[in-house]
Design a protein around this ligand. Structure first.
Ligand code: F6P
Length: 373
């Protein structure tokens, strides 16, 4: 049975990570006498052998803290910036694992972390992962640690913006996180009664949004709330992105594929903050004063919700049980009312997007929410 286990948190932080670290640490030590060590700042801590002993004293009282006591980073084992060079640190990480006599490594992370965990699994390490991200876009799991809290934070912000939008008869655009997936915008927008919800999976036409706002004005409603995911884009941009993505994957030669890849990166870089442009366009086209609020990292900060604490405790302790059963190379996925162990190969390289015909999209449409399509 696994006796020595390591933990890392990797990728963007989120509320609930400490609750998961606590569940793994306490569950492992108290119930099975395991030794649990944390590595700092994601995969970088494994490469640099920087550790934190996760004893009872450290684990006590961390449930309610936001962020991660271990620190995190977006470093990849095989492409890590060390000084002014990018190096493959996989072998170094494997050495660290063995030097600490680890029987298993638990990685808490989003879609990118699943890929990196598979890479380590393929070198022969015993790896188990837990899904976390406020984007809720990890494949094969219904939900991820951090998502519920982010939805609550964004919903509260939308509620507060409603009152000021009403007082001034304004359009308020609220940008929420989510570059590629619109789960957060969809759920917070629905919970906050947004009039317009824009998500990357449903490209919008500006005229449709303007029409929805005019319809509201005709009904005597002189304010509107537009919730837009960071990655929401117009139909025209979406077509261009789709074309470039096709070229990037299937271009006739390496040069064509590389050019398409560069153009795609340039587009996404320029698209950051596109809601500034969107807000100006809406003001011009509707004649209504418009303002923008970008919620940004507020959505990732602070105390986790009760639901996230429960989820983190459930996943963390189930993870310990998986280790006692020597189940490795898997991600713990919430599927319905159960936690399933899904092979990393089935998760890695995939993302869970909002299907445009998702029942919640249908419900929102029935209460007159416009998706801009
Ligand atoms: O972790 C997911 C996420 O919060 C995305 O929603 C967002 O686009 C991104 O991370 C922001 O990343 P960073 O914190 O590195 O700026």
């Amino acid at each position: 049975m696994a006796q020595h286990i390591g933990i890392i948190t990797s990728g963007g932080d989120c509320p609930g990570l400490n609750a998961a670290i606590r569940a793994i640490g306490k569950g492992g030590q108290d119930a099975y006498g395991m030794r649990v060590v944390g590595f700092l700042n994601g995969f970088r801590g494994l490469a640099q052998d920087r550790t934190m002993e996760l004893d009872d004293r450290v684990l006590s009282g961390i449930m309610t803290y936001g962020g991660t006591i271990l620190g995190t980073s977006r470093d990849k084992p095989n492409r890590m910036t060390i000084g002014d060079r990018t190096r493959d640190m996989t072998d170094v990480i494997v050495d660290t694992y063995h030097r600490h006599h680890l029987d298993a490594l638990i990685c808490l992370g989003g879609a990118g972390t699943q890929k990196n965990a598979l890479l380590l699994k393929n070198t022969g390490l015993n790896v188990v992962t837990l899904p976390k991200t406020i984007d809720n876009d990890v494949a094969m799991t219904d939900t991820c640690i951090g998502f519920d809290t982010a939805v609550s934070i964004a919903t509260e912000a939308i509620d507060r913006l409603h009152s000021t939008a009403t007082s001034h008869n304004r359009i308020i655009v609220v940008e929420v996180m989510g570059h590629r997936a619109g789960w957060l915008a969809l759920e917070a927008g629905t919970a906050g009664g947004a009039d317009v919800i824009l998500i990357p999976e449903i490209p919008y036409r500006i005229e449709r949004i303007v029409q929805a706002i005019h319809d509201r004005t005709r009904k005597g409603k002189r304010f509107s709330i537009v919730v837009a995911a960071e990655g929401a884009m117009s139909m025209r941009d979406a077509k261009m992105v789709q074309k470039l993505a096709m070229k990037k994957n299937n271009g006739e030669n390496k040069q064509v594929r590389q050019n398409a890849s560069n153009q795609l990166s340039a587009f996404h870089e320029a698209h950051v903050g596109h809601t500034i442009q969107l807000t100006k366009q809406l003001e011009t086209l509707t004649g209504q004063e418009s303002r923008l609020t970008i919620l940004g990292h507020l959505q990732r900060g602070g105390t986790p919700s009760a639901a996230d604490r429960v989820l983190a405790t459930w996943l963390g302790t189930r993870c310990i049980r998986a280790l006692t059963e020597q189940q490795y190379g898997v991600m713990l996925a919430v599927q319905g009312k159960e936690i399933k162990l899904v092979p990393l190969e089935e998760v890695s390289g995939k993302k869970k997007f909002v299907p445009p015909d998702h029942p919640l999209v249908g419900s929102a449409r029935l209460v007159s929410t416009c998706f801009g399509d």
